[in-house]
Design a binder for this molecule. Structure first.
Ligand SMILES: [Zn+2]
Length: 380
């Protein structure tokens, strides 16, 4: 049964007001950020400050913006949001700029929502589809998941691809793992309300299709370019697919089993070193198994994931000896009440047992593909 408890009949599409991406785009940051206010609070962590933050602040100050800099502590927690919020209030900041990864960007969305001021999201990696979305994930000070905040989309999302190309290619690949799930998931929950609270519009389906097409066309090329820190057209296309297309696609299209299985995997301590998109990639194969996809379709996704070093077997995930008990726990978490797996059109055929076997089936499909094709990791 699709998930639409309040019998919503409206289609809903939401997005940031403006998205800008290009090489050295931070040089033009003042031009894009000026319309938001005159005195921003800018936050990033110490590493990002050295890579891009300092230069960005200098260029904004040169354009007569009164920037207050506050270092981000590294974890998005309720006390950290309050601390930065107070700095913004003390300095009468009229908008907030976040520079960095998903946690930094989620944090500035929360600060801006509390202060009711505009927010600019400036990602420095293309590892997830968080920068465009209205959602923030808040953690406890111990680093465990605490709660989701459903806020508003950033006013501006600005990416400097020269900065993003400096990050390890593994981040781009993880972003592709998150992005490849977008269309696979949205296709299976067209009758359910999306994270924005409405029904998916035709546009979100078109975005999901374009996201997937871009990854299949340019994913491998972009990954190899990133290893050489080269900003090529393929790299630009994939950064956009990971950030904009995937972000809009999931938020208005819906999320399904791949993300639930990802959430289930967080129960296994040994997987904590994996990036979000790496677990979502495996979850995507598991969802394809759950929906009974034919071999040719599975092959297409598995071959793509292997081409960018995303894991398709337990061994590649770093858990070669995972037990059935552990996998049953993953399936239990993945099918908890409120999980996105219940948005699927086939959710009345889904239960913990089916998900357990789908996860085992994904590993089997990955291993079988590797055996059949003789795939080996390229030594370059
Ligand atoms: Zn995701």
């Amino acid at each position: 049964m699709p998930h639409n408890p309040n019998k919503v009949t409206e289609r809903l599409f939401q997005s940031p007001s403006k998205y800008i991406q290009g090489p050295s785009a931070f040089h033009n940051a003042a031009k894009y950020l000026e319309p938001l206010g005159k005195a921003p609070l800018l936050t990033c962590d110490a590493i990002v400050y050295k890579i891009a933050g300092k230069q960005l602040i200098d260029s904004l100050q040169a354009a007569n913006l009164k920037v207050t800099y506050a270092e981000f502590g590294g974890e998005i927690t309720t006390p950290e949001i309050s601390r930065l919020q107070k700095i913004a209030q003390d300095n009468t900041s009229d908008f907030i700029i976040g520079v960095g990864g998903g946690k930094t960007l989620d944090c500035v969305k929360a600060i801006a929502a509390a202060l009711q001021v505009p927010v600019a999201s400036l990602p420095t990696i293309a590892a997830t589809d968080a920068p465009c979305s209205a959602v923030s994930v808040v953690y406890t000070p111990e680093g465990h998941f605490d709660h989701y905040k459903f806020l508003k989309n950033p006013d501006i999302v600005l990416l400097d691809t020269s900065v993003i190309a400096q990050a390890p290619a593994r981040f781009l690949a993880a972003g592709m793992g998150d992005a490849i799930a977008t269309h696979v998931e949205a296709k299976t929950c067209r009758q359910s309300v999306n994270p924005g609270g409405g029904l998916p519009a035709e546009l979100s389906t078109a975005i999901g299709e374009k996201c997937e097409e871009t990854l299949f066309k340019y994913g491998k090329l972009a990954y190899e370019a990133n290893k050489l820190k080269a900003v090529t057209p393929a790299f630009e296309a994939v950064v956009e697919a990971n950030t904009l297309l995937s972000g809009l696609g999931f938020e208005s299209g819906g999320v399904a089993a791949a993300h639930s299985i990802h959430n289930g995997f967080t129960a296994i301590e040994a997987l904590h070193a994996l990036l979000h998109g790496e677990k979502v990639a495996f979850g995507t194969i598991a969802q394809l198994v759950l929906t009974n996809s034919p071999t040719a379709e599975l092959d297409r996704y598995i071959s793509f994931m292997l081409s960018v070093d995303l894991p398709v077997t337990f061994e590649q995930m770093g858990i070669p000896n995972v037990t059935n008990d552990e996998l049953r726990l993953v399936a239990k978490f993945a099918t908890a009440p409120g999980e996105t797996i219940w948005s699927m059109d086939i959710s009345d055929k889904v239960n913990e047992e089916a998900v357990f076997w789908a996860i085992k089936g994904a590993d089997a499909a990955g291993r079988e593909f590797i055996r059949r094709t003789g795939w080996t990791k390229a030594r370059v």
